[in-house]
Design a protein around this ligand. Structure first.
Ligand code: DMJ
Length: 640
């Protein structure tokens, strides 16, 4: 184009008038902004988007030591993720909805979105490579997969995992009860197999399968969750069916949106346990492949992972729609430690350990109101978002993983120990209450105001406080054991005070109420394990026969009110003996509820506590005895 200089008008060297030049520049900058903005609306697979919006944009926030600084200073995909979070409200088809109370209903939470299937392009290995951030690519499990020796690992166990006789109790009544639990497992499994094989969960009334959206397109949650239960119960035909499905049908190439927490506790936990119990390489292979897919969730400015991740090659992650200001949830990012340490063990890749140690560093450093850990934290600023504290939903398994990290480290992880006992001290000072009728309970805390409510989920704390008692200071050992017993008693009361002898989702201690649900919406029971979990721990710690009796009461109630023609179902109102079923056999019923019952009626040498800790989905993970294993490895190498 030729621009001619007009006489008498000031113009630039190009022959444009100043106003023309201004308009032209305005137009040009508008065009550039428009083009750049449009990139955000392109699908992830478009090459231009990958070039311009690379995963390496946000500077990291340094938390803690040099190695953390190194880890964090690797660049993270902040901008792209923030866009995603920012867009969420506007994305009509990405509506994350909580069916009742958010994490209070882990497992019942629903994510409203149909999971997209994987396209040809998604499957291309070249693309997967291109999309993996550089820092993750160089540390993949396969490249580090050196050094783990199953034989050495086994030699470092202090006892046989299944005991001398698979934990068979000598007392005939206990044996009979244990057989009953085994029969319940077989019944639940057979019906899942018949009507829902390969789906995530069984719908026992409509006799079909449920997929849900929690696992990002992964399938077979009930199979993965059942592997170790079937194995320890000696249901070997069923175990073989499960193993074959893992071998032939567990497809990890899913491209859906998953809860990092749920995939970790059920799939990663389930596969890890199956590997450690059997030494079968297929589980190791699968779990290392899956572990890598969770890593991009940590690509945030602080390294605190977001709650939801796309398991496909984009690895995009974002916070739950219901969590304020895109925050991450304490019980979610605080419940990765045990599994991630084992992923490092098996792969030889330190990244997993570094990721969870970074979370711990941040939590250690940040100021805690009255020593308490609030449930919501921003993965961007690393600050608390709301001051809601709870040992039930949203907070629960974070505390559990502190004490279990200490136990799983062969009692060497002093930092976890310190954090656990100071958290317990703060909880006791601020949250533990006694009702007028003498029941001990753990209330919730909302910015300094107590909510006198205890969720079913919080009932796991009887067991947790129990296993933490022995390593407390001398003067606190008995105190914690008593506290654990009192909480377990309260939780048993919440069962006793119903028509069905099964406990409600939440019970209250205000307005004259004592351990009963006062709201209609809290009356349901979805086959949850927490109360039975505490019975099992307290039985092992005290051998007080009442815990076995309470466990048996629960078996009878489950049989009477939850067993239907084709499996077990949750119920809508524990206070009514005319039951209305919710048509869902949760995968944690097979993984946790039935396993804890079986262990309750077994001898203590079945999965002995000296060698095993249970993850929050009841998958047993072995104590890591690093020096012992190294010693055996060296001995073996020198023999070869
Ligand atoms: C399980 O998936 C796990 O125990 C988790 O920690 C929370 N609760 C459900 C079962 O209630």
């Amino acid at each position: 184009m030729v621009f001619r200089k007009l006489p008498g008008v000031s113009a630039s060297g190009m022959g444009l008038r100043l106003s023309q030049k201004f308009v032209f520049l305005l137009f040009l900058s508008g065009l550039v902004t428009l083009c750049f903005g449009a990139l955000f609306f392109l699908p992830d697979s478009v090459r231009l988007k990958r070039i311009f919006l690379s995963k390496n944009e946000n500077p990291a926030v340094t938390v803690g030591s040099d190695s953390d600084a190194r880890e964090l200073s690797k660049k993270v995909p902040g901008d792209q993720e923030h866009q995603r979070v920012g867009l969420k409200g506007a994305e009509a088809n990405v509506k994350l909805k909580v069916s009742r109370k958010p994490s209070v209903t882990h497992g019942a939470r629903t994510v409203e979105r149909s999971v997209g299937s994987r396209t040809q392009e998604d499957l291309s290995p070249a693309r997967a490579h291109e999309q993996t951030p550089k820092d993750e690519r160089v540390t993949t499990g396969a490249q580090h997969n050196v050094g783990f020796n199953y034989e050495s690992f086994k030699k470092c166990l202090q006892k046989a995992p299944l005991g001398k006789d698979q934990g068979k109790p000598s007392d005939p009544q206990t044996l009979q009860r244990r057989e009953k639990v085994k029969e319940m497992m077989k019944f639940a499994w057979d019906n899942y197999k018949l009507y829902a094989w390969g789906k995530n969960e069984l719908r026992p009334l409509t006799k079909n399968g449920h997929i849900g959206n929690m696992f990002g397109g992964l399938r077979g949650a009930s199979i993965v969750d059942s592997l170790d239960t079937l194995y320890i119960m000696g249901l070997m035909d069923e175990y073989q069916e499960a193993k074959e499905w893992i071998q032939n049908d567990l497809d990890l190439n899913s491209n859906g949106e998953a809860s990092v927490f749920e995939v970790n506790i059920r799939y990663v936990g389930g596969l890890l346990s199956a590997f450690y119990l059997t030494g079968d390489e297929i589980y190791k292979q699968k779990v290392l492949e899956l572990g890598e897919k969770l890593l991009p969730a940590f690509n945030t400015p602080t390294g605190i992972p977001r709650g939801v991740i796309n398991l496909g090659s984009s690895g995009t992650s974002w916070g739950w729609g219901w969590a304020s200001a895109g925050s991450s949830i304490l019980a979610e990012f605080g419940t990765l430690h045990l599994e991630f340490l084992h992923l490092s063990e098996l792969s030889g890749n330190p990244t997993y350990t570094e990721k969870v140690m970074n979370i711990r560093k941040l939590l250690n450093k940040i100021e805690k109101p009255r020593g308490l850990y609030p449930n919501f934290l921003s993965p961007v600023s690393g600050n608390w978002v709301q001051h809601h504290v709870s040992i039930g939903g949203l907070g629960d398994s974070f505390y559990e993983y502190l004490i279990k990290s200490y136990l799983m480290s062969d009692k060497t992880d002093e930092e976890a120990k310190r954090m656990y006992y100071s958290a317990m001290e703060a909880i006791e000072t601020n949250l533990v209450q006694k009702s007028p009728g003498g029941l001990t309970y753990v209330a919730e805390w909302r910015g300094g105001i107590l909510d006198h409510k205890m969720g079913h989920l919080a009932c796991f704390s009887g067991g947790m406080i129990g296993i933490g008692a022995d390593d407390a200071s001398q003067e606190n050992k008995q105190h914690y054991l008593n506290l654990a017993a009192e909480i377990t008693h309260t939780c048993h009361e919440s069962y006793s005070r119903t028509a069905t002898k099964l406990g409600p989702e939440a019970f209250r201690f205000d307005g004259g109420a004592e351990a009963v649900a006062t709201r209609l919406s809290d009356r349901y029971y979805i086959l949850r394990p927490e109360v039975i979990e505490s019975y099992m721990y307290m039985w092992r710690l005290t051998h007080d026969p009442k815990y076995r009796e309470w466990g048996w009461e629960a078996v009878e109630a489950l049989e009477k009110y939850c067993r239907v023609e084709a499996g077990f179902s949750g119920i809508r109102d524990v206070y009514s003996s005319t039951v209305s079923h919710d048509n869902m056999q949760q995968s944690f019923f097979l993984s946790e509820t039935l396993k804890y019952l079986y262990l309750l009626f077994s001898d203590d040498d079945l999965l002995p506590f000296e060698d095993w800790v249970f993850n929050t989905e009841a998958h047993p993970l072995p104590v890591i005895r690093k020096s012992c294993q190294q010693e055996h490895n060296t001995r073996q190498t020198s023999l070869e």
